[in-house]
Design a protein around this ligand. Structure first.
Ligand code: FE2
Ligand code: FE2
Length: 304
């Protein structure tokens, strides 16, 4: 299909503007989610890229297609010890998004990986696949989420309403990460300013993976109420690059002129992950303000 090959050329062009490549990627994801296998191959074709940011996003998008066709390239990323941890983490998470017992042995293999983010993602991924296989998702009363994403864990049931209790459970390090994420996603779905404040308390957690998920959720919510804490996270040069990256993109999703001014300070950040994120975030913010329907490059004829 001509459109897919055009998008693939943009996505794989290492000299092209990163923001443009992200837009091409999101268009391909759109086709991939609708079952277009050539779009999935086109996304996987960009893995030789030098940009860890782009590669982790490729993995994320492959997972969101929920298509078993994407399993092979994701396994290859997870199994490559020279691959950036952020990309291996996202590949493990994507395997869980696609699901299926077949991925369990591979995920178990990395439960003692040298990278904490990979170990913890594999722990979560195994718990998610086991949860899905258990059929609990059908019997539990889960609020229908306002977000279309396939998440690393389902929210806690909608009967759990106390923000204080959810905050306590989310931050309780004696619970499994999977249960703590369930509290986190329940808070996201509640979505009030109090729920956002409760989520923000998670930035004190020792796990960078956990903190990056809070920032990711704030990006999904795109609520200006989270902007001050996100700016603080982004400004903290001692914070993990994965977390600062997610904070930058979350700020881009909120899309306010005063945030743009802040983001512009990071386009030359010493950490590549952060500068690349600032570039993409500014483009996302541009899109938010444009009122366009979808953040993607889908040509007009394909949109119809
Ligand atoms: Fe991630
Ligand atoms: Fe990310």
């Amino acid at each position: 299909m001509e459109t897919v090959s055009q998008l693939q050329s943009v996505l794989c062009d290492e000299s092209a503007n990163l923001a443009l490549r992200f837009r091409a990627l999101f268009s391909l994801k759109h086709f991939g989610v609708n079952g277009d296998l050539t779009a999935i191959d086109a996304i996987a074709a960009a893995f030789p890229s030098e940009s860890a940011l782009l590669k982790h996003e490729l993995a994320y998008c492959l997972g969101q297609t929920k298509n078993p066709h994407a399993i092979k390239p994701l396994r290859d990323r997870l199994e490559d010890p020279n691959e950036a941890a952020i990309c291996r983490h996202e590949s493990a998470e994507a395997l869980a998004a696609i699901g299926g017992a077949d991925s369990l042995p591979l995920l178990r293999k990395y439960l003692d990986d040298k990278e904490e983010s990979v170990r913890q993602t594999c722990e979560l991924a195994i718990a998610k696949i086991e949860y899905d296989l258990s059929g609990k998702g059908v019997t539990e009363d889960l609020q229908k989420s306002a977000f279309a994403s396939i998440d690393p864990a389902p929210p806690l049931p909608s009967s759990v309403k106390s923000i204080a209790d959810l905050q306590t459970a989310m931050n309780d390090q004696s619970l499994t990460l999977f249960d703590r994420y369930r509290a986190m996603f329940r808070l996201r779905d509640i979505g009030t300013p109090d729920a956002i404040d409760a989520l923000a308390s998670g930035f004190a957690d020792p796990s960078a993976l956990f903190r990056h998920e809070i920032a990711f959720i704030f990006g999904q919510m795109s609520d200006p109420h989270s902007k001050d804490v996100l700016m603080k996270v982004l400004a903290d040069t001692k914070e993990d690059g994965m977390v600062r990256h997610e904070a930058a993109e979350a700020l881009g999703s909120i899309g306010l002129p005063e945030i743009d001014e802040e983001l512009k300070k990071y386009v030359n950040d010493p950490e590549k992950l952060v500068r690349d994120s600032a570039i993409v975030a500014l483009d996302m913010s541009e899109f938010e303000k444009s009122g366009d329907f979808e953040y993607a490059l889908v040509p007009e004829k394909a949109k119809a």
